[in-house]
Design a protein around this ligand. Structure first.
Ligand code: KG4
Ligand code: ZN
Length: 340
């Protein structure tokens, strides 16, 4: 019995992606994500529409994950779900579904903190991918969070820096909106930035004490910059889109790297990981990688499918909680805000 594999179903529904994955121990057998296109026309996630879309998607997404993993649901040993943080209506769909299925299958239920999952995604078994050793630094950069975390162990983490206002993903998305690009604008800024000159325009970096971040001033600076230039030339955005995107991305990457360097200096820890949707950004990926040679860091950059919201990352936390016997009873509830 001791060497029998553990099969785990993981469900993520904290924001606007409905996701399910099946893991066999630390290995991902299937990882299915249904994106909700509905939000792009509104320029941001509409919570009520998100929860309705989760309700429509959750059954087919879970079925597909189980089918792709080529197992029968009776083989499942546990179900892990995102407890929070996130949008309440969205979280409720995933948590209620997980509770019902775990009850029906008579298997344990595991609650996962979404932010821990973005960090621990680095522990998914992948050929040729080295895992960090404890302690390491993790910068979580997403649409809802911007944190630098000292990760002492799977379940012992300390936030040593975080944003005082907007998250970095919001900085990307709001800048994109100013440029007339649809939501989520982060990937589009990244795409246009590839053709542009990162030094074409200069935006002032915020001055924030210690390891904390601020992005709201940058957004305002970009808004004024665009308004001023469009007043002089109505085609300013179209004519300079690549340079504007490259300059915005360059500034954001510098802000992130400045704080990471400070965190390494302050903690003496040179193993640095990134996680969350913005870790898909080519600028931060390249700059972080180059810090290996430049600063002697060891860096951990997730595979693309584990950057933006996904259930495989929920599954890997679930697996480690399973091994430690950290289960919930059916009274467990979703939490929009959750203790780190
Ligand atoms: O982790 P995530 O999928 O959801 C949250 O938990 O927030 O992150 C979504 C965020 C969005 O703000 C999106 O614009 C950003 O990640 N993002 C990117 C890129 N891909 C996703 N930002 C910059 N460059 C990208 N390539
Ligand atoms: Zn996320």
């Amino acid at each position: 019995m001791a060497n029998e594999p553990i099969y785990l179903l993981a469900i993520e529904s904290s924001c606007d992606d409905t996701a399910a994955a099946v893991l066999q121990n630390g290995k991902v057998l299937s990882n299915v994500v249904a994106n909700q296109k509905i939000h792009s026309e509104f320029g941001g996630v509409i919570p009520e529409l998100a929860s309705r879309a989760h309700q429509q998607n959750i059954v087919p997404v879970v079925e597909m994950a189980i089918r792709k993993a080529n197992i029968d649901k009776k083989q499942l040993n546990a179900i892990a779900f995102t407890q929070g943080p996130g949008l309440m209506g969205s979280l409720l769909v995933g948590s209620s579904f997980s509770k019902s299925l775990a009850y029906a299958l008579n298997i344990p239920l595991i609650a996962v903190n979404h932010m821990h999952a973005h960090i621990l995604a680095h522990f998914i078994d992948e050929d040729g991918y080295d895992k960090p050793n404890f302690p390491f630094l993790a910068m979580t950069i997403s649409g809802g969070h911007t944190q630098i975390v000292k990760v002492n162990d799977f379940f012992n983490m300390e936030i040593i820096g975080e944003t005082t206002d907007d998250a970095v993903g919001e900085a990307f998305d709001k800048s994109a909106k100013i440029l007339g690009l649809p939501y989520p604008g982060g990937p589009l800024i990244d795409k246009f930035a590839k053709e542009g000159n990162p030094k074409a325009y200069k935006f002032t970096k915020p001055k924030v004490q210690g390891l904390n971040f601020s992005f709201s001033g940058l957004k305002t600076a970009i808004l004024y910059f665009v308004q001023k230039n469009v007043a002089e030339n109505p085609n300013f955005i179209e004519e300079n889109l690549a340079d504007i995107c490259a300059s915005i991305q360059h500034t954001i990457v510098e802000i992130l790297m400045d704080k990471l360097k400070l965190a390494v200096t302050e903690t003496g820890i040179k193993q640095v990981a990134i996680g969350g949707g913005v870790s898909a950004n080519s600028g931060i990926r390249e700059t972080l990688k180059s810090a290996e040679k430049k600063h002697g860091w060891q860096t951990f950059i997730p595979k693309f499918e584990y950057t933006t919201d996904n259930a495989a990352m929920i599954g890997i936390v679930g697996y480690h909680k399973f091994l430690s016997g950290k289960f919930e009873n059916h009274a467990v509830t979703a939490k929009a805000r959750i203790e780190f």
